[in-house]
Design a protein. Sequence first.
Length: 278
Amino acid sequence: MSAKLTINKYILQILWSMVLLALACFSASAAETQSQNFTWPGGGKLAVSLSYDDALNSHLDKVLPALNKHHFKGSFYVISTSSVLVRRKSEWQAAVKQGHELGNHSMHHPCRASLPNRGWVKAEQDLDKYSVTQMIEELSAANAVLNAIDGKTERTYTVPCGDLVVGSALGLDDEAAGQEYLSKVNHLFTAIKGHGIDPRFNPIIYPRGETGKELIAYINNASADTLLINLVFHGVGGDYLSVSSKAHAELLAYLAANRDKFYVDSYLNLMNYAAAQQ
């Protein structure tokens, strides 16, 4: 190879590197511009997802009337074997007709028994003893149960206990031991709360005992680049891991009084809207 040809090849490599760098800078600039230009319906920059886990009596008795008062749509992540879901099925169906979302929170609420303070986890719901296949089957079955209740095929998911690994008790020689499972169940859902590829939509807060003022502060203190805050409640004015009905009502009243700043909708609707803007 001649020296001239070698030099030309070197120059071409430099030029190609410059092109790739320019494209990368352009993509980063476009992404930043897209983030700055993104708005929710009504022009607000921050959305709030109000969701409620486990299918509890307080959701039907306290939460739904409070949401409906302000015309807010919430997301209810139900355990498909919950007695409250079965016994009060018609009330959940009425909630769906009002525009609220029924989300998947599994059939048996499996969590890792090996973690601290998990003495309440029963053997049959120990995620450490699950396989990925078992988790896929359980979440598919839960989707089928929800479809029989509300007739819908599009679903979102909230992870029980936030645990992302299955099979850690199966033994290190087992190929399924300690596997993360979310990547294997993505196809079942439109979105998984707090686990999207865009971190601006992922922040999650799990209220427990906060005052209304503290709940409002969580929202007002969100970082400037956050586009969606997920508030995941359990009990409201009763049940467990609860906040008071007063605190919950104060939060909703604040959001209602500031609709120009905060957009509230079901998680499914929020993520579908966000996907359409990307």
